[in-house]
Design a protein around this ligand. Structure first.
Ligand SMILES: Cc1ncc(COP(=O)(O)O)c(C=O)c1O
Length: 499
């Protein structure tokens, strides 16, 4: 017998429960029926769309010269044209402009959905329950906003990593939703702590409906959850009946463990698709047997952020609830984006797209290695605490994925911790942030990413902790500039703590 997703209607927001499908959307499928004269909708005639075709040039799979190499000839590039009329399309996967620029298809254009559904199957070993599907989004920012609207009422509580992506936390807070911080260590959420929180949840306060997590290359900490922790967290979701939202823009940037330069073999690309896929971390969605995980995937970090395109993976019934919201909010991701991205992906094919992702991971691994080497070269990592000579004042935790690294600083070791800052860790954090800027670099202080609950910061003991951190990225600048920036951070820290 095949497994079906459970119903989660009891977790939906009042708004989602009240929402009815747009009546006009229920008849849109007649639009292309040659037997029906469609007088029912306010659709402009595509004859008046002012684009006859659009063309693009992209690198050619398998990207032998690297994913950043310029396109110089037909040897290394592909050129393709998307026509206006469906009758002019060659190949069933081309989304003609008269279709993608018209109203309709709020769930996403069929060839686009077909591609990402197949890709999801290849990457995540789907099938532990049968009725899953995909839904087009405008990227994970929009997908998260939709998630909050689908599940949460004002006054509800959600769980999130104690330090999390500030825009996601701000989006929840702006809707009057409380975000409860879940304690983390270098490897992300600590399942035992989460269990404690839920077992001791205050009576009378509704339990959290959602856990928002960034499992891979977490923003801001760079940490990644192991499969063991994911299994433990999934069991807690079942026990305490909450939905796991995995926000995974960095999933394919799995750079692996950092190996110091003197012990490191030259970085190589995965030898085969199988090797690449086998080495990807097990996702929450692939562990899901009852449809209580929603996965948010985005092209922002693998193709380009301005595509504003992504997709959700989850139980069909939940995705239908999102769809009803999308019909009355975004309608659908932009038609240009859907047709162009879909065509690029179909031209590459599933194998070509994996080649692209392999190339991308290779590039990020080189950058990550360079960045950690540079941190080791420039930061005073050998400076030890006066209070505990076994503990470093400044430390790094090389990430296994994503584009972020953090530098942790023992604020109590600042020579003026008591005299100038009155033992206030936050004041030291602000001061160090400003000193790094004064020295010509910028790193984001950890406090910008704190998840707040009832006005308090972390209920995990961190508020009495004297450790602070600063987030940096190795993705945004060329390597020489990265090295320069890190050397300036090192100088600022040395001035503050080693004098
Ligand atoms: C964790 C996380 N989620 C979502 C986003 C935004 O993604 P998108 O461009 O798909 O909206 C970011 C971007 O920095 C992010 O770090």
């Amino acid at each position: 017998m095949t497994n079906q997703a459970k119903s989660y209607a009891h977790l939906y927001s009042d708004e989602a429960n009240a929402r009815k499908p747009s009546p006009l959307k229920t008849c849109i499928h007649y639009f292309n029926d040659p037997n029906i004269v469609f007088l029912g909708g306010g659709l402009p005639m595509s004859t008046y769309f002012p684009w006859q075709s659009i063309s693009a040039v992209s690198p050619k799979a398998p990207f032998v010269n690297g994913i950043g190499a310029p396109c110089t000839s037909s040897e290394d590039s592909i050129e393709y044209t998307i026509p206006k009329n469906i009758s002019d399309t060659k190949g069933k996967d081309v989304i003609a402009l008269e279709r993608c620029l018209q109203y309709g298809f709020s769930q996403g254009q069929t060839p686009f959905l077909d591609f990402v559904r197949e890709h999801t199957k290849i990457v995540h070993q789907m099938g532990k329950y049968e009725d899953w599907d995909v839904l087009a989004t405008t990227g994970n920012t929009g997908a998260w906003e939709s998630t909050l609207r689908v599940f949460c009422n004002r006054g509800d509580t959600i769980l999130a990593e104690a330090h999390s992506f500030s825009s996601s936390i701000a989006a929840a807070e702006a809707q009057g939703i409380n975000t409860f911080p879940v304690p983390m260590d270098n490897e992300g959420i600590i399942p035992e702590k989460l269990s404690e929180i839920l077992d001791n949840w205050t009576e009378g306060v509704p339990k959290p409906k959602l856990l928002y997590t960034i499992p891979t290359g977490q923003n801001p900490t760079g940490s990644s959850l192991s499969v063991e922790r994911k299994v433990a967290i999934y069991e807690l979701a079942k026990k305490h009946d909450f939905i796991i939202i995995e926000d995974e823009p960095y999933y394919f940037l799995q750079t692996g463990e950092y190996v110091p330069a003197d012990k490191r073999a030259p970085v190589t690309k995965a030898a085969s698709h199988k090797e690449f896929l086998d080495n990807l971390s097990t996702s929450f969605i692939s562990l899901d047997t009852e449809g209580r995980v929603i996965r948010m995937d985005s092209f922002s970090k693998v193709l380009a952020p301005g595509t504003r395109l992504g997709w959700l993976v989850g139980a069909k019934s939940i995705l239908n609830t999102y769809l009803k919201f999308h019909e009355m909010s975004i309608q659908a991701p932009a038609g240009f984006t859907q047709t162009l991205v879909s065509e690029t992906l179909h031209q590459w094919g599933q194998d070509g797209y994996l080649d692209w992702l392999i190339g991308l991971r290779y590039e990020y691994t080189l950058k990550r290695d360079f960045c950690i080497d540079s941190l080791k070269k420039h930061l005073p990592l050998d400076l030890m605490c006066k209070s505990d000579p076994t503990k470093p004042v400044i430390a790094i935790n090389p990430p296994n994925a994503g584009m972020f690294f953090i530098v942790t600083v023992e604020a109590a070791e600042h020579p003026e911790f008591e005299t100038k800052f009155g033992k206030d860790t936050k004041k030291v954090e602000e001061h160090v942030y400003e000193q790094i800027i004064a020295n010509g670099a910028l790193m984001a202080p950890g406090m910008w990413f704190e998840c707040h609950y009832d006005g308090e910061t972390e209920k995990n003991g961190k508020s009495v902790d004297t450790q602070v951190f600063f987030r940096g990225t190795f993705a945004a600048v060329p390597l020489e500039k990265l090295d320069l920036g890190i050397s300036r951070v090192g100088d600022a820290l040395r001035k503050e703590f080693a004098s």
